[in-house]
Design a protein around this ligand. Structure first.
Ligand code: CA
Length: 225
């Protein structure tokens, strides 16, 4: 998808606002920054951003949770919360405001970018219908032809291996737990052992070789790219 989507950043800490802005601008997004919740509501009306990156602790009458509530009353605009404390994470999750995701400060630009990309990809209309080619080092994944290639040569994969590879590629840069992978690739009804994920990852590594940038994150799961 084109990388020039508009992102509205609502953050009153100028250092964090600048970090977020630089990170997103560097990735090609168009970024507007405001420190005020009221201003954010106005800007989102005028500029129709594709995503709002929203700090929870904002000065004035409108904190991030209230801004989210009001945005959500208008439309389905995706929201990525910036949270400062675990207590805020609990509130985001507990209030079920429909936040699409959150990152906890301090966060790395890489993590922020990965989450922004994932949200925008999810909010694309019918993203899986449009064929995509992912380039992962020497490995290419072509969803249109249902084919994985290593250095240009097609590599035979089972359907499940291919689906797993596509799912990892769609979530490039994010650490995915075995449970998330089971839900995303095998479907929520899967009741088998989580080690089935390890077996399939092992097959992908064997077939696609060390060129595939697929990392094991000990105690958590896997990350591609
Ligand atoms: Ca703040």
């Amino acid at each position: 998808m084109p990388n020039d989507a508009a992102v509205l950043v609502v953050e009153d800490d100028p250092h964090i606002a600048e970090l977020v802005s630089m990170c997103l601008t560097g990735a090609g997004y168009r970024v507007r920054v405001t420190a005020s919740g009221a201003n954010a509501l106005e800007l989102s009306r005028q500029e129709r951003p594709r995503l709002v990156v929203l700090d929870i602790g904002l000065p004035g009458d409108l904190d991030g949770l209230e801004v989210c509530r009001r945005l959500r009353a208008r439309d389905e605009l995706p929201v990525l919360f910036l949270t400062a404390r675990d207590a805020e994470v609990d509130r985001v999750v507990g209030l079920e405001l429909g936040a699409d995701d959150y990152v906890t400060k301090p966060f790395s630009p890489r993590e922020l970018l990965a989450r922004v990309r994932a949200i925008l990809r999810r909010s694309e209309p019918a993203p899986r219908e449009s064929p995509t080619t992912f380039s992962l080092g020497e490995v290419e994944v072509d969803t249109g032809r249902h084919e994985a290639r290593r250095c240009g040569t097609p590599v035979p994969l089972t359907t499940r291996e291919f689906d797993l590879l596509v799912y990892l590629a769609e979530n490039q840069g994010l650490v995915l737990s075995r449970r998330q992978l089971l839900d995303g690739v095998w479907g929520g009804s899967w009741v088998g052992d989580e080690r089935t994920v390890d077996v399939h990852v092992g097959q992908l590594r064997k077939k696609l070789g060390p060129d595939l940038p697929l990392a094991t994150v000990w105690g958590v799961g896997y990350r591609l790219g």
